[in-house]
Design a protein around this ligand. Structure first.
Ligand SMILES: CC(C)(C)[C@H](NC(=O)Nc1cc(F)cc(F)c1)C(=O)N(CC(=O)NO)CC1CCCC1
Ligand SMILES: [Zn+2]
Length: 186
């Protein structure tokens, strides 16, 4: 199982690299690692397991964060009303944003990262809505249109596939300043 020890932290060169396209058919090893990424997120959101293994509650994970330089991400966004039924959950191979809204949004408290053991204050402005295409674990092409928190998580994870950290988007001079048409999301 993936634990925090498997997650590389900032300073590790792999976090700045561009991950390679996944080729199909997947090997058993690739399938297993991708499934373990999603299981890590589920475990990290489970009170007992996260306590037992000291896991940080995670909603998304990109393969480079476990030093696997291929274009694989896992996203598991819980639905606070009904924890058994996630808001959005997927393993995506070769995710590609096909189009996005002009409208932009950011989280009111800024962002963090499982690979960053410090607070980096500031708004991280992202597309409000995205249309994306990816290949799933069965090798089938999927399309998804995301908005709000799931859209933010997926954009954060796709950034990792391109060696981009959330703080690369923060305005260094005025971290909490955004254009007035940016939708600040709490
Ligand atoms: C860095 C961390 C604070 C752990 C962040 N979690 C989070 O923002 N909140 C959270 C955690 C839960 F378990 C359940 C829940 F609904 C909300 C996170 O997982 N990520 C993913 C990451 O680091 N991927 O590389 C950072 C988020 C910042 C904005 C999008 C993803
Ligand atoms: Zn991250």
């Amino acid at each position: 199982m993936i634990t925090m020890d498997d997650i590389i932290r900032e300073g590790h060169p792999s976090l700045k690299k561009v991950a390679k396209e996944v080729m199909f058919p997947l090997t058993e090893e690739q399938k297993q690692k991708a499934e373990e990424m999603l299981q890590f997120l589920k475990n990290s959101q489970d009170a007992e397991i996260s306590e037992k293994y000291q896991l940080r509650g995670g909603v998304g994970l990109a393969a480079p964060q476990i030093d696997w330089l291929e274009r694989v991400i896992a996203v598991h966004v819980p639905n606070v009303e009904n924890p058994d039924e996630p808001l959005f959950s997927a393993v995506m191979m070769n995710p590609k944003i096909l189009s996005h809204s002009v409208e932009e949004t950011c989280l009111s408290e800024g962002e963090g990262c499982l690979s960053v053991d410090r607070e980096v204050p500031g708004y991280v402005v992202r597309h409000s809505r995205i249309s994306l295409e990816y290949t799933d674990l069965n090798g089938e092409t999927q399309k998804a249109r995301l908005r709000k928190y799931p859209a933010i998580v997926v954009q954060h994870e796709i950034d990792h596939l391109n060696g981009i950290m959330f703080y690369d988007h923060i305005n260094a001079k005025e971290p909490w300043k955004v254009a007035d048409d940016v939708n600040i999301m709490s």
